[in-house]
Design a protein around this ligand. Structure first.
Ligand SMILES: [Zn+2]
Length: 565
């Protein structure tokens, strides 16, 4: 009897011991992945392991990268396993230069570019008017009357009856002319008696009444009475931009000179869990003290929303002949281009940049012409002398036309060339006429930058160029101009490889926002931002890269576009 009791007690203690033991095993057991993707062709952009077959995700982080077998250790009962069917998987794209709300607004605007007749033009504006909330304007459009026969400019009479209460202000595709309806003309106080402003023209009909078309400087008469964008419209634009970005595999963007209202809207969306693109915002350098006085430094914030950079302008653009050059324009020998308002005088710009740098803010300055770029490099040298050396990741936005001597200065100062390859195949159609045969050799000089040890961060300047990274990579690799006239590349010596272009669009743009330890490659411990493409851009002919589709976009381990099933 006693023996039986003792046996039972022993069994009980054995049981207790076993369960304690199992308990400690549970604690020691490796946690399981939420998601494993296998059978992928992963191009990691990680030097330590350039290629892999599978990855595992836990929460918003990558926890393992390697062979399918290596993922077994992370496989648990709740783990979702997806077969990528051998498709190419890349880190999510990081667009180093966008105007995000501008881009979203552009997507929302009435589309008139392919309206092939005045009737179709009017019909689309009429449709839009029905859907436009009271008080909002109809803008954008990009109409082109050259597609109509006869190619007469549109008039307000075409659309007035369809838009009795909605202000319309739609631009021609070249941006030099816009059409106003009668509501808009009234708001701008433009009548038959209004004189043409200097540099502008109000187009009149046979009776001397304004037709609604305003040219160049005359467009300011309307622009200045346009109300600021409403909160509802801003939010709609951001939602549309987020959706568009996800569909293109863009998981991070660096938003240049947004108004603070935009930043506020991003912050609200982050709070609501609706921000599906990581943002790094760089408000205008003229306002640098706003960030400095509350102690914000570079890359301050969360993994979804950061600030701490400032954006400035040194000069204008090549298209408008305002990029600032040492030598005059080839097609306008009297003009060297123009410095921006912020550079009047240059010493004032330097003082602000120096102050912003001393406060720990990152400097991103738009400079396009060789002389504009050189002046900013001079400033950076002086600021380094004044404020001492440190890891600053200075940037020159666009970095389009270089003086031969300046490549080495980028490298020495660690300045990042924040460039937009699409502009090369766009401007390449006419740039030579404007700046001649010598300067085009150092234009969009991506190869020379890399050969000089300069970091390239890729972006688009969206909505100036399309947001699609596939177009950007295509442009950098082929340099085939949009007019089809340079199938083997415009200034072909400056082409770069597919792997280099991907790196510039991922790890290097992450570096350009101080986030290369957090994202930009498929590396264990980094944020699980990645894309799966329809085709292998290493294998297909480079000319086909622009047609490649994104099949799935993951942000922090969550599917935000498409899918594998
Ligand atoms: Zn820009």
């Amino acid at each position: 009897m006693l023996l039986r009791v003792l046996m039972r007690l022993r069994r009980f203690f054995l049981f207790l011991g076993a369960s304690l033991c199992c308990g400690s095993q549970l604690v020691a057991q490796k946690p399981a992945a939420d998601l494993i993707i296998t059978n992928a062709k992963i191009w990691t952009v990680d030097k330590a392991r350039p290629q892999a077959e599978a990855l595992a995700v836990m929460g918003d982080r990558i926890i393992a990268v390697g062979s399918a077998n290596e993922m077994d250790a992370w496989h648990g009962p709740q783990t979702k396993v997806l077969d990528a069917k051998g498709k190419l998987l890349l880190p999510g794209f990081n667009d180093a230069h966008v105007h995000f709300v501008g881009g979203g607004s552009h997507l929302q605007e009435v589309q008139l570019k392919d309206a092939d007749s005045p009737e179709e033009f009017a019909r689309r504006i009429g449709e839009r008017a029905k859907a436009t909330p009271k008080g909002e304007w109809i803008t954008g459009g990009d109409w082109d009357e050259q597609r109509w026969s006869p190619p007469n400019l549109p008039t307000k009479e075409l659309i007035d009856a369809l838009t009795p209460n909605t202000p319309v202000w739609v631009n021609r595709h070249d941006g030099h002319e816009s059409l106003a309806n009668s509501v808009t003309l009234r708001l701008a106080n433009i009548t038959a008696k209004t004189p043409d402003p200097p540099g502008g023209q109000i187009v009149h009909d046979a009776q001397g009444n304004p037709t609604g078309v305003l040219r160049d400087a005359a467009t300011n008469l309307v622009d200045k009475v346009m109300p600021p964008i409403s909160r509802a419209r801003r939010l709609r634009a951001i939602h549309q931009a987020l959706e568009h970005a996800a569909s293109l595999g863009v998981t991070s963007v660096q938003d240049k000179n947004p108004p603070y209202e935009d930043v506020k809207a991003y912050a609200e969306l982050e709070e609501q869990g609706e921000l599906t693109v990581r943002m790094y915002v760089a408000p205008m350098e003229t306002d640098w003290k706003d960030q400095a006085k509350i102690g914000v430094r570079h890359a301050f914030g969360t993994s979804l929303l950061r600030m701490g950079a400032v954006k400035g302008y040194a000069d204008g653009s090549l298209g408008s002949e305002t990029a600032y050059f040492f030598d005059p324009y080839t097609d306008d020998p009297k003009s060297h281009g123009l410095l921006s308002d912020e550079m009047h005088p240059p010493s004032a710009m330097l003082a602000r940049l120096k102050g912003a740098d001393a406060a720990g803010l990152q400097l991103c300055v738009h400079a396009i012409g060789d002389r504009g770029i050189s002046m900013i490099l001079d400033f950076y040298e002086q600021i380094e002398k004044a404020n001492g050396k440190r890891d600053r990741r200075w940037r020159i936005e666009h970095s389009q036309h270089l003086a031969a001597k300046d490549f080495a200065r980028y490298a020495r100062l660690g300045v990042i060339a924040s460039v937009q390859p699409y502009h090369a195949i766009d401007d390449g159609r006419w740039a030579e006429k404007r700046i001649g045969t010598d300067r085009i050799k150092r234009t969009y000089a991506f190869r020379t930058f890399l050969d000089n040890g300069v970091r390239l961060a890729f972006g688009t300047d969206w909505p100036v160029a399309p947001l699609s990274p596939m177009w950007g990579i295509y442009a950098a690799v082929t340099r085939a101009t949009l007019d089809g006239k340079n199938p083997d590349g415009w200034v072909p010596e400056e082409k770069i490889g597919v792997a280099e272009a991907i790196k510039a669009y991922t790890l290097e743009s992450a570096y350009a926002e101080f986030q290369d330890k957090e994202k930009g490659s498929i590396t264990s411990g980094k944020l699980a931002d990645f894309v799966i493409l329809s085709d292998d851009i290493f294998k297909i002919p480079p000319t086909a890269i622009k047609n490649v589709k994104v099949e799935a976009t993951y942000l922090g381990g969550k599917l935000v576009y498409g899918g594998l099933e």
